[in-house]
Design a protein. Structure first.
Length: 250
């Protein structure tokens, strides 16, 4: 056991990984999303694709739990269930692609997906229709594939909800519920496919402790009446993630 722990603390880029986890927890607690788009650029720079996703999902597993009761109260669990119905169908396909992808291609996939989301949001495009069950399921399916393949299941769902006219408190709660649920699904598929890198999984769980604290601090900073600030911070998080995720920094 002591040897396993020693191996964990000798992981390359450990300080960067922990810094990314704390920053991601603060943003996740405040906005309800964005943690994967902060952790993955850092993790993909120092770990293999499978190891990077393993670290991300394990590090995120514990962090949102203190905010779960409030998210269940404020959110729309039926919509989240529809998202997850689509995601469950596509997460395994994404993970199978992840297991064979080249590390450099993987880094570009993470960065490009974030850039596309940023461009769509800044363009001012807004979805003016109702969030139908079919649209929600399809969005969840796309998010599930992106989560399994690139470790970023949030962009399609973020695009759907951030461009809607739902109250900010509902959007934030749905993000938190969806991202926590998809992490659980991805962990189950990784285990079933025997893809776990146990040293990295243990490191992710240990990183979950500062992630919990950061999530709680971020939640205290959230103000449902400050919609403009909410959207501004969300855009800044996406922009920073896209820039830091560029493979040229590797």
């Amino acid at each position: 056991m002591l040897e396993a722990l020693a191996g964990v603390f000798q992981t390359e880029g450990l300080l960067w990984l922990l810094t990314g986890v704390v920053a991601a927890g603060l943003v996740r607690g405040f906005a309800g999303f964005g943690s994967g788009m902060i952790i993955m650029p850092v993790a993909s720079a120092v770990l293999s694709p499978v190891a990077a996703v393993t670290f991300m999902m394990m590090a995120e597993l514990l962090g949102p739990l203190p905010n779960l009761p409030a998210a269940w109260r404020d959110g729309a669990p039926r919509d989240v269930a529809r998202l997850m119905f689509g995601a469950i169908l596509t997460v395994p396909l994404g993970i199978l692609c992840l297991s064979i992808i080249d590390a450099n291609v993987f880094s570009w996939a993470v960065s490009v997906s974030v850039f596309i989301l940023l461009a769509l949001l800044i363009s001012g495009w807004r979805y003016k229709g109702d969030l139908t069950a079919k649209m929600t399921i399809l969005t969840g399916g796309l998010g599930g594939f992106m989560g399994g393949f690139a470790g970023v299941p949030g962009p399609p769902v973020i695009m759907l909800y951030m461009s809607s006219r739902l109250p900010i408190a509902v959007i934030r709660a749905n993000f938190l519920l969806y991202l926590l649920a998809i992490d659980a699904v991805m962990i189950a598929v990784f285990f079933a496919l025997d893809l776990f890198i146990w040293k990295i999984a243990l490191l992710g769980l240990m990183a979950g402790i500062p992630n919990v604290i950061a999530n709680m601090i971020g939640a205290l900073l959230f103000n449902p009446d400050a919609e403009r600030i909410f959207r501004m911070i969300a855009y800044l998080v996406i922009a920073a993630s896209a820039i830091l995720g560029l493979p040229i920094w590797n």
